[in-house]
Design a binder for this molecule. Sequence first.
Ligand code: ARG
Length: 460
Amino acid sequence: MKKLWGSRFAKATSALADKFSSSISFDKRLAVYDVKGSLAHVKMLGICKIISQKDSHKISQGLNSILKELLAGKFKFNPKAEDIHTNIQNALNKKIGAVADKLHTARSRNDQIALDMKMYTLDELTTLINFIKGLQKSILNFAKKNKEVIIPAYTHLQPAQVVLLAHHLLAYLEMLERDIQRLNSTYKITDTMPLGSCALSGTTLPIDRVFVTKELKFSQVTNNSIDSISDRDFVMQTLADLSILSVHLSRIAEDLILWSTKEFDFIEIDWAFCTGSSIMPHKKNPDILELIRGSVGKVQGDLSSVLIMMKGLPLSYNRDMQLDKPPFFNALDCIKEILEILGELFKNIKVSKTSIANKINDESLFSVDIMEYLIKKAVPYRQAHDTVGRMVRICLDKGRCISDLSLAELKRYSDKFEKDFKNLLNAKVSVSLKKSYGSTNPLLVNRQIISWRKRLNARF
Ligand code: ARG
């Protein structure tokens, strides 16, 4: 197989070395970007009169026909040609003959791979953001459908206070929104055009890098030829974004797993997203959610793999950098799959309203409300905390409920307790009494739902 660099070599490379260094099995997914980059490059070569217009057209025609084959899934990759660049170059030579050799003028594979990877990453970032928006819409619909439901909320996995289920779900939307912001900022650092940096120092030929930048719809041209081919920040940053996103998806999955246990019994996951046990016939296991929860390990591993590969590499290009691709592609594929499946799963979750209603009767969930009742009556915070603490302890010791205490008994704890106090021991009242911006107050939560709906342009 003809190499792009073979002539200086006194003898053929070992078959083992060829196999070991080959990247076509995974970089073939960059094929379309490689051709589009070449189309812009060859157009520029013609306009700048570095090659004749006639040759430029001929090469463009050949590339366009390769592009068509690629888009139709008909292009035959040759596993023996070491990488995607060699594959396309060889295919072009076959199609249009010797003139194809002019395509690589004022270019190196070092700037070519940087360009391909940036074009691919920009498209993937856009897709990812759309997938996240899809999941946000699905969660928002679920929140809207169950707007009235109040659940116990937990800190340290101990029952703490009551909140609207929708309030909890909107927290997921906030987390995912920050993921979108991170990906948008990664988009900005990716959106710079490296082609024309050549091997590392630029070229003596009169190329027009700004033309190529515009032609490929990049926002800016890179400023330093060495950095252009050494930089894989956009890969590492995307992987870092994906790692945080995977942590979010894992935490969401964990909430749903907990909520669907017999012990919590807040929700029922659709059978379509559960599996059974090969030995225990009664089981309905949330395997899909568990696999989502477990995938953080894969994505963090992919990030580590690239960070460690890049660490300590001298500038500029080193072949080590080829190894960024499998983990990068793996993490992107994994997260896109999870975003899609989780969006579907949210569409068919059933809320176990009766079971939840029983759980929000637990009066300890209102202890902060009782404390704030006293604070509103000018009892100092510490004193109010002590009072409620004593009430809860004694009630627990004696097996009594706070709601059973008579006014006289209540007055023994604090003379500020009045008849109206009993109205407080109720989940609906508890959420409605919350006043602060960002709290679980139903009016505020409803406003948040409306504002998310506008933002996501969700259809109800
Ligand atoms: N397969 C290489 C990569 O992924 C492409 C660039 C090769 N350049 C070179 N000088 N060998 O990084």
